[in-house]
Ligand binder design. Structure first.
Ligand SMILES: NC(=O)c1ccc[n+]([C@@H]2O[C@H](COP(=O)([O-])OP(=O)(O)OC[C@H]3O[C@@H](n4cnc5c(N)ncnc54)[C@H](O)[C@@H]3O)[C@@H](O)[C@H]2O)c1
Length: 315
């Protein structure tokens, strides 16, 4: 049974992963190499927990109890030596991850399960860094941003791991409030990111063709397909609408839609112009210093309402 957890990297994803496990009662060691991030991460987590409390998602005493369960450290050995489950959320660079897994293989107990939160790197290549016996205890556990709010976790079951070990990890995620997707093949992007990229490709193409304003395209998604997707999956929707209709519309539309094999030029142009979205003040929309925090908090609040509402319907 998984009792103690280590999270490696306390950036965008790592802090949310540590926060989620700690909120659900697990002691977590959070390892980070960057001193500034290390010193600031408890505040980041505390602010998110306070927002959860303000929105009736947790009780006031959960805030301190959660913070108390998280130990921040710059010592990798200390972080992992007693952990039953270790998940890394360090930058998406294969060599960096392999170096880390190679160290972990030596520092961790033989039973420790090692996981990567990678969005795009193959597990098989990361496994080259560990001993033969560790390979059956290594997997991808892919979170969605913001980790403490998004209810999905994609867990790999690629054939390297016996079912009892997979079940142990699945239980950890279910106990931590996540909906688990069991991914059977080691393909880049797993399931959710591939679906998202398919939608994003068409959205960027519609902007490129000037079919509607950015506001209206986002509106069409939020109040059209996205509105259904929050409660009902694509396959359920196809069954409800009738597969004959989906077949005819697919034949009529798909050959007219974007089928590029790389990022849309409109996206590349914005990147070249330094328009990176919120972090630079402009992307498809404009953001002032004051609006950035409000926009993010509003996004978090909407996710919390969705979480509370969907709890009634989740299977
Ligand atoms: N950002 C997302 O939306 C998202 C979503 C799902 C998965 N992921 C994946 O999660 C991982 C982390 O992404 P992120 O967005 O949190 O990155 P990030 O840059 O925000 O955080 C990475 C953290 O790791 C630290 N770090 C760097 N080298 C380290 C090392 N050797 N040991 C320990 N810490 C180290 C950095 O200082 C930084 O704080 C990547 O593999 C990414 O693909 C990201």
């Amino acid at each position: 049974m998984i009792r103690k957890i280590a999270v490696l990297g306390a950036g965008t994803m790592g802090h949310g992963i540590a926060e989620t496990f700690a909120l659900h009662g697990y002691p977590v060691n959070l390892y980070e190499t960057n001193e500034q991030i290390r010193n600031g991460v408890k505040n980041v987590i505390a602010t998110e927990l306070e927002l959860l409390f303000e929105n009736n998602m947790i009780s006031e005493k959960d805030i301190q109890a959660t913070l108390d369960r998280i130990v921040i450290t710059s010592d990798l050995e200390e972080a992992v030596k007693e952990a039953d489950y270790v998940i890394e959320a360090i930058p998406e660079l294969m060599q960096l991850k392999k170096d880390l897994f190679s160290k972990l293989d030596k520092l961790c107990s033989k039973d420790t399960i090692l996981a990567s939160n990678t969005s795009s790197l193959p597990l098989n290549e990361m496994m080259e860094a560990v001993s033969e016996s560790r390979k059956e205890k290594m997997m991808v556990c892919h979170w969605y941003n913001p980790g403490h709010l998004m209810p999905i976790a994609e867990l790999s079951y690629f054939g390297n791991m016996p079912e009892n070990i997979y079940k142990e990890v699945e239980e950890l995620y279910l106990k931590s409030g996540k909906q688990v997707v069991k991914v059977l093949k080691d393909i880049p992007g797993l399931v959710a990111n591939r679906i998202q990229q398919g939608v994003a490709r068409e959205v960027f193409s519609l902007i490129e063709m000037g079919v509607a304003s950015p506001e209206d395209i986002d509106k069409a998604l939020k109040f059209g397909p996205g509105f259904r997707y929050a409660t009902t999956g694509q396959l359920e929707i196809a069954d409800m609408g009738g597969l004959d209709i989906w077949c005819i519309v697919g034949d009529n539309l798909l050959n007219k839609m974007d089928n590029r094999k790389e990022a849309n030029p409109i996206l590349r142009k914005k990147v070249e112009e330094g328009k990176l979205g919120m972090k630079s003040g402009e992307g498809f929309f404009q953001y002032s210093e004051e609006t950035i925090n409000n926009t993010k908090n509003d996004f978090y609040r909407r996710l919390m309402i969705q979480l509370q509402t969907s709890k009634k319907y989740i299977i």
